[in-house]
Design a protein around this ligand. Structure first.
Ligand code: HEC
Length: 139
């Protein structure tokens, strides 16, 4: 039961990110500042969803794999969409949380890995909020 509730909470978080996406893009309005960074951002969503899936069935090696994908994605040039120190800081925190998933998976600590996943999800929200705020003030 405890596991089930945990899985439910995690699923809700990934679903919520779908909405976050629209909110981020909505803030863009009709100002095509630069071409949307679809590739990396779409892959990020996919890896996050697969990470959730792996954690939900306690497949820690796969979770570690997906967290490593997230780390690599966060290091790509296309990830750096907003040139603020805060964006960089959030990116670093995101990477650290993904590294934590890898670490916890290595130690076979599924609760630790799940908690690190929650950190990752919080950073999805925080960063998208930052992106929306920056874009709003630039208008
Ligand atoms: C450090 C900042 C940052 C973090 C952390 C972050 N994102 Fe994003 N995300 C962005 C930016 C920037 C965009 C591009 C927005 C745009 O161009 O409209 C974006 C766009 C997206 C999109 C839309 C992609 C598309 O093709 O339109 C999705 C979905 C998304 N992010 C999901 C996530 C998920 C899930 C997480 C957490 C695992 C996450 N993001 C974490 C910055 C971040």
């Amino acid at each position: 039961m405890k596991k089930f509730v945990g899985g439910l909470v995690l699923s809700l978080i990934c679903l919520a990110q779908g909405g976050g996406e629209r909110a981020v893009r909505g803030a863009e309005g009709d100002k095509p500042a630069k071409p949307p960074e679809k590739g990396v951002m779409q892959q990020k969503l996919e890896s996050c969803q697969k990470l959730l899936e792996a954690l939900a069935v306690n497949d820690l090696p796969k979770a570690s794999d997906k967290a490593q994908d997230l780390i690599i994605l966060s290091q790509k040039a296309e990830w750096k969409v907003i040139p603020t120190p805060r964006y960089k800081e959030l990116s670093n925190e995101f990477r650290a949380a993904a590294e934590n998933v890898v670490e916890q998976a290595k130690n076979k600590n599924s609760d630790g890995a799940a908690l690190a996943y929650l950190d990752i999800s919080m950073l999805c929200f925080k960063c998208h909020k930052h992106v929306r705020e920056v874009r709003m003030t630039r208008k």
